[in-house]
Ligand binder design. Structure first.
Ligand code: FAQ
Length: 311
């Protein structure tokens, strides 16, 4: 019985049919989707913190409005993704619990500090740029609710990327001090943005199975190469220098060769030892604890209402 269900499932995947919440699916398919989708949701929510840090200090009303809208979009993406993950039979409380206890990961990139306004430009340009490269193929992922969520998310990410690039453009064409700020932000965010796309294919434990199930449509290394090839010409337009002396156009491959990524740093950050891991978790757990009275009040109100209806 299970074998025939499995065969039918694999055939549906092969035909590029979407799998929907009430369809039969292998337990491992369900689990690996919960893992990736919930980690994606956590990344959006934790990802609000580095930029939230600058909302009150944006240099003009226009910049403030745009940044506020971007951070709100990230909240929306997180909630959208949590809802999509709930369709796989895990509750939101369980997901939060996994984040707060460190069982579930969130993207390494959000464990770096945002120390100048130029970081808002670099995040939009590079971090959202890398997120788009990673998420556009996910619009075609096999699990229906995830694929549909990604379509809207990608549209919004593209606005985020442009607002970041515009901040960089303004700074790069500003005073020498402003241009230095933009270069400094690029220097600090370049390598973490490359790491964000995940470990190299030879050590990526989930890629093979996730590609078979069409959860992932492109490998980490392919996405990274695509990101580099797309971003280097943009740095040229800005007149900024990518902090990689080994970066060189490879005529034969029609792609850029690039230098060694510091994977030790990546794994340190993933294991919780990055510059901002502790602060990020403290902020999230603190927000959850401070919200206890709101949840309690909502529950008490719902109970009262139900009792009244029963009478
Ligand atoms: N950080 O076998 P793989 C955004 C973990 S975009 C931390 O290659 P997989 C928008 C991985 O989970 C950012 N951990 O794993 C935004 C696994 O550990 P596990 C979020 C990482 O899943 C922009 C282990 O290493 N985007 O938020 C990272 O096949 C600006 C082995 O790795 C998504 O989540 C990392 N960077 O590939 C918001 C996209 N990389 O789970 C605010 C969806 C790997 O066994 C501001 N996710 N690990 O404990 C994916 O595409 C994939 O999950 C990858 C990783 C590509 C991230």
């Amino acid at each position: 019985q299970i074998r025939s269900l499995e065969r039918q499932f694999e055939e549906r995947i092969a035909r590029d049919e979407k799998i929907e919440p009430k369809d039969w699916m292998p337990e491992k398919y369900r689990q690996t989707h919960i893992r990736q989708m919930s980690q994606h949701a956590h990344s959006e929510i934790v990802g609000m913190l580095p930029e939230g840090n600058w909302i009150t200090r944006a240099p003009s009303l226009r910049r403030k409005v745009a940044l506020l809208a971007k951070v709100q979009d990230e909240a929306g993406h997180g909630l959208y993704l949590y809802s999509a993950t709930e369709t796989l039979g895990i509750s939101r409380e369980e997901m939060y619990e996994q984040l707060h206890t460190g069982k579930a990961k969130y993207s390494s990139i959000f464990n770096y500090p945002t120390i100048t306004w130029a970081d808002m430009g670099a995040i939009g340009w590079l971090v959202d740029g890398a997120a788009i490269i990673n998420q556009v193929p996910l619009c075609n992922t096999s699990y229906g609710p995830y694929a549909r969520a990604m379509i809207r998310v990608c549209k919004e990410e593209s606005f985020h990327q442009r607002q970041g690039f515009e901040i960089m453009m303004k700074l790069a064409n500003g005073t020498p001090e402003q241009k230095d700020m933009a270069q400094d932000a690029l220097n600090r965010w370049w390598w973490p943005s490359l790491m964000m796309l995940g470990p190299t294919d030879d050590v990526s434990v989930h890629t093979e199975q996730s590609m078979k199930w069409k959860l992932k449509r492109k490998s980490n290394d392919d996405l990274r190469q695509q990101f580099i090839d797309q971003t280097v010409p943009q740095a040229d337009i800005l007149g900024l220098t990518i902090p990689d002396p080994d970066l060189k156009w490879n005529e034969e491959r029609q792609s850029y060769d690039f230098g060694e990524i510091n994977w030790d740093e990546f794994w340190q950050v993933v294991k919780g030892h990055g510059p901002m891991n502790k602060e990020r978790m403290k902020a999230r757990v603190g927000a959850w604890e401070r919200g206890t009275w709101v949840r309690d009040a909502a529950m008490a109100h719902a109970e009262k209402k139900q009792k009244r209806q029963e009478k």
